[in-house]
Design a protein around this ligand. Structure first.
Ligand SMILES: C=C(O[C@H]1C=CC=C(C(=O)O)[C@@H]1O)C(=O)O
Length: 371
């Protein structure tokens, strides 16, 4: 068996034993990393800013509720690379009896209902102080007998420039995704956050041009980040972009912002709590958009548009926004996909955009189901 096949089998066994773990790979890296933890090392901070002073792998929801807690996996077994991971002795890992999340039906809306919600959102934007709202929907896909380990490795191979992950947790459940969006990342003494928004189909010639709708949509995110910088007295900072970022079957507009880590000494958790959710996943102005989302979306976003990744492990941070993701249920996958609505949105195009964004996961599922 190849090391990829062995790793797929290993991940399937971890799921079978219902272990709490996260496996991930950084954009551009061919190296999977894993953290496996015991029940006693799972922490549930009751507020986003309670991550101050903690370290581990974070799995954060869009909003903290009893059903969707903020989870920190403290470093138990931590390994990097195929060889190291495959040396882990499965017999030393406890089988977990912890409960899985409630498997109540997830709310799926049909195309007509989605178009009508987008229409209502556009009207609200044109007649109020709202400028942008992200409206999302759930896409179900049948699960057959395919290996989840194989599916993770398929996604890992086909989406090299994303943060590709598989997470299994007692309260959150089993999640997989390939997200292009950095929320907060450290590189030595520098911190980076990005403004990512605006979507078009990925091109083979990389010759992109962007329309006003996407340029404005991304500018709202940048503007919000600068408001947060002002609040935390972050200056100087450098910017790069907007430039095009390709990921999966789509491309986005992205601007990176970098500043010194010193600016946030002891306040990283507070900064993160203010950053999340950005207008890339909520809207602008933020509190008005969040209220409107509660009204218009009938489903619970759960961990979609939350964030995840290594948090201060080995003094380094790599948090990503949980996009292009799905919840893995016993007999189906629930994919989550959304798009930024502005006064210039066209409902039919927004529907198509949510399909395109789901394309990466759907093609990975199809590839594994057909082998
Ligand atoms: C909300 C999603 O994407 C966000 C990130 C990049 C581009 C987006 C857009 O063009 O609408 C969204 O803001 C999603 O993938 O579900």
């Amino acid at each position: 068996m190849t090391e990829t096949e062995n790793l797929a089998l290993f991940l399937d066994k971890l799921i079978e034993k219902n272990c709490s773990f996260a496996v991930w790979s950084m954009p551009g890296s061919q190296t999977p990393e894993i953290l496996i933890t015991d029940k006693k090392d799972l922490i549930y901070p009751d507020q986003f800013n309670k991550l101050n002073g903690q370290e581990g792998f974070v799995f954060a929801p869009y909003q903290i509720h009893a059903e969707t807690p903020l989870v920190l996996l403290k470093p138990g077994i931590v390994k990097k690379g195929f060889e190291e991971i495959l040396q882990i002795d499965l017999n030393e890992i406890e089988h977990s009896q912890q409960r899985r999340p409630s498997e109540t039906q997830r709310l799926i809306i049909e195309k007509e209902a989605y178009l009508s919600d987008v229409e209502k959102t556009i009207t609200e934007i044109k007649t109020s102080k709202l400028s942008k709202v992200i409206v999302s929907r759930l896409i179900p896909q049948a699960r057959k007998s395919e290996s989840i380990g194989k599916l993770y490795l398929q996604l890992f191979q086909q989406t090299p420039n994303a943060f590709v992950y598989l997470v299994n947790l007692p309260k959150a459940g089993l999640w997989m995704g390939a997200t292009p969006e950095v929320l907060l990342k450290s590189e030595g003494k520098t911190l980076e956050t990005v403004s990512l928004a605006g979507t078009q189909t990925r091109r083979t010639d990389s010759d992109y041009s962007w329309h006003t709708k996407e340029i404005e949509e991304q500018a709202f995110v940048s503007r919000y980040l600068l408001d947060v910088f002002y609040h935390f007295n972050i200056h100087p900072y450098t910017t790069q972009g907007p430039e095009t970022l390709e990921s999966g079957k789509v491309a986005h507009l992205m601007t990176s912002f970098r500043f010194s880590t010193k600016k946030l000494a002891h306040k990283l958790g507070d900064f993160l709590a203010e950053l999340h959710p950005t207008p890339a996943v909520c809207g602008y102005p933020k509190s008005k958009a969040a209220k409107f989302i509660t009204k218009i979306e009938k489903h619970d976003r759960r961990y979609y548009t939350g964030y995840l990744g290594p948090w201060r492990m080995n003094d380094s941070i790599s948090l990503f926004v949980n996009l292009r993701c799905m919840e893995i249920m016993p007999d189906q996958y629930i994919l989550y996909s959304g798009g930024g609505i502005t006064a210039r949105s066209v409902p039919e195009e927004e529907w198509e955009e949510t399909n395109k964004k789901a394309g990466t996961l759907l093609s990975a599922i199809e590839a594994v189901q057909n082998t």
